[in-house]
Design a protein around this ligand. Structure first.
Ligand SMILES: Nc1ncnc2c1ncn2[C@@H]1O[C@H](COP(=O)(O)OP(=O)(O)OP(=O)(O)O)[C@@H](O)[C@H]1O
Ligand SMILES: [Zn+2]
Length: 663
């Protein structure tokens, strides 16, 4: 497509406007009539959403003009929508005299003075990289065109009011016209060089008078969106873009929301700072905003993959735990053993089913997990692998990777206060991996409680009051403070407060007991892993549970299984959880992991063993000692039957459970 001429120009403006009229009448008559209905909350600005694909099919030339000159064509489109509204309104008043008298009585709610044509580009030719580049790829060539950008809202400013268009009258020919301020130039008004009268010869007047009370004020909000980290290569910096929202677009998105914004790429001068060169900072003046949160963690899974899952479990029917363990072995394969950790990671990522308990309290479905371990015990490997397994994840440290830290903070941006989303808000609907968890700032230590339990953060700072969603699973890792002392509590060993530790559903302690035998096994495992890679041996085709299969499996079982407790599982769980009154999160997760919709006694036992190993430093999953040395057993199904029989295997302080399970 040849580059567009500088200025928008059409041979016959009336003819161009009539094409806009016919498009709106043909495709949006009902929408326009709906806008005319009485509006109880007395909104002033009404969106009229049009499909770019539909316009392109109806009139390609108008669609191209809209792409090249969005500012001019959208002003004409709004005027066309207003004309259509007035026409429908006049027809309605002729048909209904009461309506007419209401109007004459000046019933304001019926007056619709501001309608804005909003362009939805989804499913249209504008979804190409040229018209929908990633934020980091926006360049000068995109300036002035209709652009669509995707990203996560990281900052949102307060809603303000600005003066918008106003009407002028030519002193010579008395014609009236509207002038729109230049947002880019600090909202400055530039009058036309000569009169804009439509008469062919034009009157040539250059002297204009502002018409009293003709200034239109607009609601105005600035937000900042950042490209989705998930879509970037490792190590690239996520770029961000300021977005200007006006009228019905203000306050419809919050920090942490995933959005698709269509608008006109513009630029504004950076603030004047002494000895600092002024730049033109790109900004997008939004025409249409779509929240894509519900698609946030969407992943399409082909049918043949689902068939593979079903075949796998059909083949594992006789040895379900062996099947489960082969899935677990796919988690962090470069890490040898650590069975308990891999089981806990799987249960944490799969999560439970959010529900309301008997007392009416909402019990969150997102579990939280904390690894407390000596250096070199594989914690960071698990965090990184877990982040790759989740299709919406943020990896950060306790200090947080932006000034917003883990939760949310108020920052001054261009002289204006804005809320900046921290890691937990950006990970809403997904997984937030926090390494060096104990290095968290004081400010985050207080807000993180609400964020992890209520899964929201309410904030009232610098006049900005809002509640942000943090429906995220937290996977934390931290070193013990100095040498881990098994005789001391976890909070003494980690300097994390008891209430904060109690936010975690499972806490595993990995103690490097300098076990020579263990170190030998680990080092030979690391060597073996590397030599295979060195030989250039591709990953073993018979290995089903690759990273991408695991990702899809976890996503699939989360979407498709809402496990409910069977009677026998309920008995086991209630007798165990009697005192802790914890949610049934883990056992539901275990049922999902086992590709089932009912939580059986086996799931209950697996969940209990997992939890039990989190409360003590020695895992009770096997005799080897702490969770670091928990290993996969050869024949887990056989093992489980033995365990259930020789139930004394469980620690004595859950005697009542013994009777429960063994009968
Ligand atoms: N069980 C294991 N099997 C294989 N490799 C292991 C095992 N445990 C640790 N390692 C290796 O030790 C190295 C350190 O792992 P990692 O960085 O995850 O430890 P960490 O617990 O995060 O340490 P730090 O607390 O200092 O961050 C990694 O290269 C990892 O592969
Ligand atoms: Zn004139």
């Amino acid at each position: 497509m040849p580059p567009p001429a500088e200025e928008f120009a059409v041979d016959d403006l009336d003819e161009f406007e009539s094409r806009l009229d016919s498009f709106l009448n043909r495709f949006h008559a009902d929408d326009l009539r709906r806008i005319l209905l009485p509006d109880p909350d007395g909104k002033l600005h009404f969106p009229l959403v049009i499909d770019f694909a539909e316009l392109l099919e109806f009139n390609p030339e108008v669609a191209h003009q809209l792409y090249d000159y969005p500012k001019d064509v959208l002003e004409l489109f709004d005027a066309a929508a207003q004309r259509a509204l007035d026409k429908f309104d006049a027809a309605a008043r002729r048909a209904d005299k009461t309506l007419d008298s209401q109007r004459k009585a000046g019933d304001e709610t019926m007056e619709k003075k501001f309608v804005h044509v909003r362009v939805n580009t989804s499913g249209s030719a504008l979804e190409c990289p040229e018209a929908s580049p990633s934020i980091g790829k926006v360049r000068v060539k995109h300036r002035g065109t209709l652009l669509t950008l995707k990203g996560t809202v990281i900052r949102s400013g307060g809603v303000k009011m600005i003066e918008g268009e106003r009407k002028y009258q030519c002193r010579k020919c008395k014609c009236r016209f509207t002038v729109h301020p230049e947002l880019e130039a600090g909202n400055r008004i530039t009058l036309p060089a000569s009169c804009k009268s439509k008469s062919a010869k034009g009157c040539g007047g250059a002297n204009f008078q502002l018409i009293e009370d003709s200034i239109t004020c607009h609601d105005y909000q600035e937000i900042k969106i950042q490209e989705n980290i998930q879509l970037l290569g490792v190590g690239s910096i996520p770029r961000s873009m300021p977005i200007i929202l006006m009228d019905d677009l203000v306050d419809i998105v919050k920090a942490g929301d995933d959005v698709v914004v269509t608008g006109r790429l513009s630029a504004k001068w950076s603030p004047d700072i002494k000895d600092v060169r002024s730049n033109l900072d790109p900004m997008l003046i939004a025409n249409f905003v779509r929240r894509t949160n519900e698609l946030k963690s969407d992943l399409d899974i082909p049918v043949e993959i689902i068939n593979k899952f079903e075949e796998f479990w059909a083949a594992s029917r006789a040895t379900p735990l062996k099947g489960r363990n082969s899935i677990l072995k796919g988690i962090c394969p470069q890490i040898y053993g650590l069975f308990t950790v891999k089981l806990a990671v799987a249960l944490t990522l799969i999560g439970g089913v959010q529900h309301v308990d008997a007392s009416g309290t909402k019990v969150r479905g997102e579990p939280h997990m904390l690894l407390v371990g000596d250096p070199g015990t594989g914690k960071s490997q698990f965090l990184k692998f877990a982040a790759k397994l989740s299709n919406r994840s943020v990896i950060t440290t306790g200090l947080g990777s932006t000034s917003a830290g883990l939760t949310v903070t108020a920052v001054k941006d261009g002289g204006e206060w804005m809320l900046e989303a921290g890691a937990l808000v950006l990970a809403d609907g997904g997984l937030c991996c926090i390494d060096e968890f104990d290095s968290m700032r004081e400010h985050d230590r207080t807000t993180i409680h609400e964020a992890m339990e209520q899964q929201t953060i309410s904030i009232a700072k610098a006049g900005l009051v809002t509640t942000l969603n943090t429906r995220t699973t937290v996977f934390g890792a931290t070193n013990p403070k100095g040498q881990y002392d098994p005789n001391e509590s976890l909070s003494v060993n980690t300097t994390l407060s008891g209430p904060l530790l109690s936010r975690f559903d499972i806490v595993l302690v990995l103690l490097d007991t300098k076990n020579k035998k263990w170190d030998k096994i680990v080092s030979s495992h690391i060597l073996a892993e590397n030599t295979e890679e060195k030989k250039g041996k591709t990953s073993d085709p018979e290995v089903m549970w690759t990273l991408s299969m695991l990702r899809r499996y976890i996503h699939y079982v989360k979407q498709h299984f809402k496990p409910v407790l069977t009677k026998e599982a309920e008995r086991v769980i209630s007798s165990y959880y009697q005192r802790q009154r914890q949610s049934g999160t883990r056992n539901a997760a275990h049922a999902r992991l086992m590709f089932r919709n009912d939580v059986t006694k086996l799931d209950a036992i697996a969940a209990i063993l997992c939890i039990e190993s989190s409360m003590t430093t020695s895992a009770i999953v096997d005799t080897a000692g702490n969770a670091l040395h928990s290993n996969f057993t050869e024949n887990p199904d056989q093992e489980c039957i033995l365990k259930c029989d020789s139930i004394a295997y469980l620690s004595k302080n859950i005697k009542y459970l013994t009777d429960e399970i063994s009968n």
